[in-house]
Design a protein around this ligand. Sequence first.
Ligand code: FAD
Length: 523
Amino acid sequence: MSFSPQQKMNFLRCSIVLFLIYIALKISLCVPPGIPSSLKALPIAGHFDFEHVHHAAKDFGNTYSFLPLAVLHPKSASDIATTVKHIWHMGPGSRLTVAARGHGHSLQGQAQAHRGVVINMESLPGSKMQVHTGNFPYVDVSGGDLWINILHETLKHGLAPKSWTDYLHLTVGGTLSNAGISGQAFRHGPQISNVHQLEVVTGKGEVMRCSEKQNSDLFYSVLGGLGQFGIITRARILLEPAPKMVKWIRVLYTDFATFARDQERLISVKSRFDYIEGFVMINRTGLLNNWRSSFNPKDPVQASQFKSDGRTLFCLELAKYFNPEEIAVVNEEVTSSLSQLNHIPSTLFQSEVPYIEFLDRVHISEIKLRSEGLWEVPHPWLNLLIPRSKIHSFAQQVFGNILTNTSNGPILIYPVNKSKWDNRTSAVLPEEDVFYLVAFLTSAVPCSRGSDGIEHILSLNRRILEGGFGVKQYLPHYSTKGEWRSHFGPQWEAFVQRKSTYDPLAILAPGQRIFQKATPFSL
Ligand code: FAD
């Protein structure tokens, strides 16, 4: 059969068009054919799921959704290493990326991987949690373990980790990739200051042990490293003797300067307290009545006469750990410490609760919110670290001005000591010795266009950020390289250098949107 020159031309054109469509499809799908079967063929003890992947495209923030190609349910660190190594060997051409997913409590898709592989860290059993008692107790855990389970296990030995987050249904890998901050951080530092050793799968698929002494650069890169350098498969967490009970105290202030002065004094002296936090309430009435179910007023008559009258109030929250036999001494110490504070006297509220109930306090709210259908809503949270020298102007500009009520969710505010943080980690902090964590923990009403809708709350967040104030975002979220560069500031070059050492193809944690996997196509 012979073709005319015209037919040959048409055939050529057609082939070129088909080829271009093929390339375009290849790019748009980002999944060269054969990838699912090559993953399926990997010699692993766990398994890949290519169908039930929708839950991996969701997180607590409820605003970002990227569907992965597959979810890996690993049975060991070696399953993770085999998978990452396979993708590493595919080179940049595969465009396949890998996101470790802890409990999926990220806010903006940080644990998601568009058309990539999400690793369900919670199915990584590791070996059983091993608690080591003695003078320097510690526990060896899996990167996918929830902190609540670590608490239950260590309490069996009368021990517990030193540093916490407010909410314990988060994974070890998830919080160590950020920092892990709560009211104990002023004394013990964040969770990343309370880890001795890690086992990590790097972006080349190597399984590496690291600590201050062994592969120390990898160790400090991974801590606070936003998942960029390796997947944490095991961690050794420092422990301390666990108390049985907690004295939990709340007092109120109307003046921010007095509130902040007391907070800073409490974190600077050899504090008698084990936990120091605070929160802001704007335009709330009937406030103290809400507390009565869990706190007792020191002076019920005076407390009943206190009226918030829509004022902005600052609540200092303190906790003192104790065992029942120490109660007399503890009461004396607490009374003496409280007498040095300058709060409104009628607003002293106290409660005594078991240690576990105190630490797991947010879970009670979770159960309630879930039952009302208010947990799985959009959460446009904003978490900031603000240097001490700027906190007063920040408070003045934001509380009562940009924000005229706190009906969309609580605002936490408390200072921490930078000396308790290790500057070799990847965590990004303000310049000064003391800085405040300010957390706007807002919930939006789905589809609302009003002041409780996501657009309005995001616009308030933008206004808060516009002020500058030398803030660094905690759980940072940016869309451009320029923004990331200015977030890291002088640490940027080191961060990029570490990335090129441990994950040169940028396979890991694509949901952070800091680096993009290299593209081989040059059309
Ligand atoms: P995910 O959201 O699943 O992952 C977070 C990031 O870490 C992603 O980039 C992911 O790829 C990476 N990652 C996950 N596992 C690993 C691993 N094993 N190795 C390497 N990278 C990994 N934070 C605080 O510091 N203090 C608080 O008090 C606090 N309270 C919170 C309360 C609530 C209700 C919620 C929802 C969050 C809170 N957070 C707090 C924030 C929380 O620490 C982060 O959102 C954390 O990332 C969530 O942990 P996760 O296990 O769900 O991780």
